[in-house]
Design a binder for this molecule. Structure first.
Ligand code: NAD
Length: 471
């Protein structure tokens, strides 16, 4: 049976009963006002912290089943980073949730008080991808609950064990009338969007991000898009080459390169090209053996995508790597001087393949970055603050990180988000709280004096006074 559902923004839609009743229940909870209480929000956040800490083993097992990942990496990325963000948010939440004072203009002083109140938006949808199924479901949930919303999470259908575990655990820990997990794929997601929600936080590909934003526009639902793309790494001639090679290799190998902020390609100044390439290859070999990292990618289509990128790249395969589309095992490859228009240099790699492009100068590297879609992060390895300043000033990206990669996304006091093709909106800490809040202006006027100046007829004298007084 399908029924029509009305939303405060005026939209009406037919929907499958499940998504409809989930959203209706969450809306009833929101309308009860319970989620506005900051103490209630803090209790939910504490419960989420416990959910991750008390179920570390079950989470690691589900991630192993879905992604073949080792338990330590899963703890580091999916549990520790979320709990760091969660405790930062809990520490500051009371201050963030208060009405924020605003100084009235001079001519309103003494006549009014002004502030703005961060206000929850209502029922929000979190759509998460498969590459970090727990982190990218629970981190937005922390922000959304901190802001006082009710939340429906739609994890990826490609990581079913993690999705199942979240669906089991979340209602056991947090208020089950305020948070729901809906399992499923595109169809279920679309049905949820069609309920006319108050915010959608989408993490995933550029292609699906556009579809979600288009569907959300039908309901005037605001959207945050956390997308992917190609994150460049510039290696300057004055860089600490050994450290650069070690850090690029380590951050690329995490989760078999299936990370939105992983180094995607390298622009290396010629004077250090040979030394850097040799060190990078040596580091990859060493870390692949030492780290016990997973080698399996998510599914056959993705293994085929990586195989195609390597096969059509051109250039010199200084570390040949390998892709087995049956076992899904992918060994890292380094490609020197690929064809700049090959799929390897045009599509998001999302695997352990590193193309290296030699450049004559930092200006040439910057020009290359600027000629491509704006990335989620840009990395530069240099010892010079002038080079650092130049890269920051002359490129646009979601973030810039100097002499490291990826780590910025686990820092709760920094905003995380894209720009242009890598998305819009922010997450983490205060930025995530703001993303899920409406800034509601509050202005309260005294009833006396009730200045005649403000009422018609606007005589010459009043007009003169208004010009003189209102500042
Ligand atoms: P995806 O876009 O295929 O799927 C993401 C989510 O959208 C899933 O929950 C999926 O069920 C849903 N979905 C898929 N098709 C849909 C449709 N037609 N309509 C509605 N919903 C649909 O992304 P993915 O393959 O799961 O994840 C990989 C991508 O995510 C990469 O591009 C990566 O860079 C990006 N990513 C970005 C970030 C970030 O924080 N910016 C983090 C992780 C991953």
């Amino acid at each position: 049976m399908t029924t029509a559902t009305a939303h405060p923004n005026g939209t009406t839609k037919e929907a499958a009963p499940d998504a409809r009743s989930v959203v209706a229940g969450l809306r009833a909870t929101f309308d009860s006002g319970r989620t506005r209480d900051v103490e209630w929000r803090l209790r939910q956040l504490e419960a989420l912290d416990r959910l991750l800490s008390e179920n570390e083993e079950a989470i690691a097992a589900a991630l192993k089943q879905d992604l073949g990942r080792d338990a330590y990496s899963s703890w580091l990325i999916e549990i520790l980073s979320v709990n760091m963000d969660n405790s930062y948010v809990r520490k500051h939440l009371r201050a963030w949730a208060k009405p924020q004072k605003s100084a009235p203009p001079l001519s309103f002083r003494g006549l009014s008080s002004m502030s703005y109140q961060p206000t929850p938006k209502g029922v929000v949808l979190v759509i998460s991808p498969w590459n970090y199924p727990v982190f990218l479901s629970i981190a937005p949930l922390v922000s959304a609950l901190a802001a006082g919303n009710t939340v429906v999470i739609k994890p990826s259908e490609l990581t079913p064990a993690s999705a199942r575990l979240l669906a089991e655990l979340v209602p056991k820990y947090v208020d089950p009338t305020a948070v729901a997990v809906v399992e499923g794929g595109p169809e279920e997601t679309q049905t949820l969007i069609d309920q006319g929600l108050d915010h959608i936080f989408f993490t995933g590909s550029e292609r699906v991000g556009k579809l979600v934003a288009r569907s959300a526009a039908e309901h005037l639902t605001p959207v945050t898009l956390e997308l992917g793309g190609k994150c460049p790494v510039i290696v300057a001639r004055d860089a600490n080459v050994a450290v650069a090679a070690r850090r690029v290799a380590a951050t690329k190998l995490v989760n078999v390169g299936q990370t939105c902020v992983a180094p995607d390609y390298l622009l290396v100044e010629r004077p250090v090209l040979e030394e850097f390439t040799a060190k990078l290859v040596a580091e990859i070999k060493k870390q692949r053996v030492d780290a016990g990292q997973p080698v399996r990618v998510i599914h056959r289509k993705h293994a085929e995508h990586i195989a195609r990128l390597v096969a059509t790249s051109g250039g010199e395969h200084v570390l040949p790597g390998s892709v087995d589309t049956e076992t899904l095992k992918v060994e890292p490859a380094v490609v020197l001087n690929p064809d700049l228009d090959s799929p390897l240099m045009r599509e998001e790699i999302f695997g352990p393949i590193l193309p290296i492009i030699p450049v004559d100068s930092i200006a040439e590297a910057i020009a290359f970055v600027r000629s491509r879609p704006r990335p989620l992060a840009a990395y530069v390895f240099t010892a010079s603050s002038a080079v650092e300043r130049q890269v920051i000033a002359e490129t646009l990206s979601g973030a810039v990180v100097v002499n490291q990669a990826v780590f910025h996304c686990a820092i709760p006091s920094l905003p995380f988000g894209g720009v242009g093709a890598s998305g819009y909106g922010s997450s983490r800490g205060k930025f995530g709280f703001d993303e899920f809040s409406q800034k509601r202006a509050l202005m309260s006027m005294r009833t006396t004096p009730d200045l005649p100046l403000l009422y018609p007829p606007f005589t010459k004298a009043k007009r003169w006074l208004a010009r003189a007084m209102i500042r």
